[in-house]
Design a protein around this ligand. Structure first.
Ligand SMILES: N[C@@H](CCC[C@H](N)C(=O)O)C(=O)O
Length: 255
């Protein structure tokens, strides 16, 4: 079976064209393909399938082999993959677990429309919101030297979040206008990843709510993203996540 490897700001995915429905959707199998020693190695696996109401459908699995909620960077990568497969030229729509998404390619950057966000809740001094996946957002200082793994692990496995799980984002405001640095501990990977698109979006929305800006640049370990949004009362609409997505290599799965 042919596979492709994609990365979007360092969040990496095994990508498979499953329009012929031959891929075995088994947890153990997907976990092994994502394993960095016994498999291809990735933060997640994505299937591109036929869809009745849009150009294609996206199915997303975390590296633990379980199907999960929306992946923002994976969404940008599958758009690049669909473009590579000649499914569309400039603009596209696709269905994912959280509904219909629009996307476009401009000068090599993929811009992906995210679901509307109804409200941002608080948990102590932190923020909790769903941008397609659930996110906990906490502002900290000296994020460069911060222990993201241990603190992220502790919050993700706390009584409040243990059952459903949550992605934990630590955020630092950078000098200059509307720039954030975000590091994320991801549910289902159970580790820090180099970037999380729905996490960058969640962090950006908390900033947009406080500072009333229309767009913000987000630095992550694997590069730079940009988030655009419009706020109406407590809700957010027209949320777009923009950044690069690249095919890294392709190969053959033997078994
Ligand atoms: N890396 C993703 C988020 C993927 C889903 C997440 N791990 C979860 O299970 O909630 C992104 O770019 O958004």
């Amino acid at each position: 079976m042919k596979f492709y490897k994609y990365q979007g700001t360092g969040n990496d995915f095994v990508m498979i064209d499953n329009r012929n429905q031959t891929f075995p959707k088994e947890q153990k199998y997907i976990e092994r393909l994502c394993n960095r020693r016994f498999g291809i190695g990735a933060d997640g696996l994505i299937l591109l399938e036929e869809d009745h109401t849009a150009d294609f459908r996206m199915l997303y699995y975390n590296s633990d082999g379980n199907e999960s909620t929306m992946c923002g960077n994976g969404g940008r990568c599958i758009v690049a993959f669909a473009h590579f497969l000649n499914i569309f030229e400039h603009k596209t729509t696709f269905n994912a677990i959280d509904g219909l998404h629009e996307a476009e390619i401009n000068n090599g950057l993929i811009k992906l429309k995210m679901i509307d966000v109804q409200e941002i809740k608080t948990d102590g001094e932190a923020f909790v919101l769903n941008t397609g996946s659930p996110h906990f957002v906490k502002y900290v200082q000296n994020l460069e030297g911060y222990n993201v793994f241990q603190n992220g692990y502790n919050i993700r496995n706390s009584k409040t979040y243990q059952k459903e799980g949550i992605n934990v984002n630590f955020v630092e405001e950078l000098e200059g206008n509307a720039r954030l640095f975000v590091r994320t501990y991801e549910r289902g990977v159970e580790d820090e990843t180099f970037s999380c698109g729905t996490g960058a979006t969640a962090a950006a929305l908390t900033y947009i709510q406080q500072h009333k800006v229309a767009a913000i640049e987000v630095k992550v370990l694997g590069g730079n993203l940009k988030v655009y949004a419009e706020q109406y009362g407590s809700s957010f609409q027209n949320i777009w996540l923009e950044g690069p997505a690249q095919q890294v290599f392709c190969g053959e799965i033997n078994e």
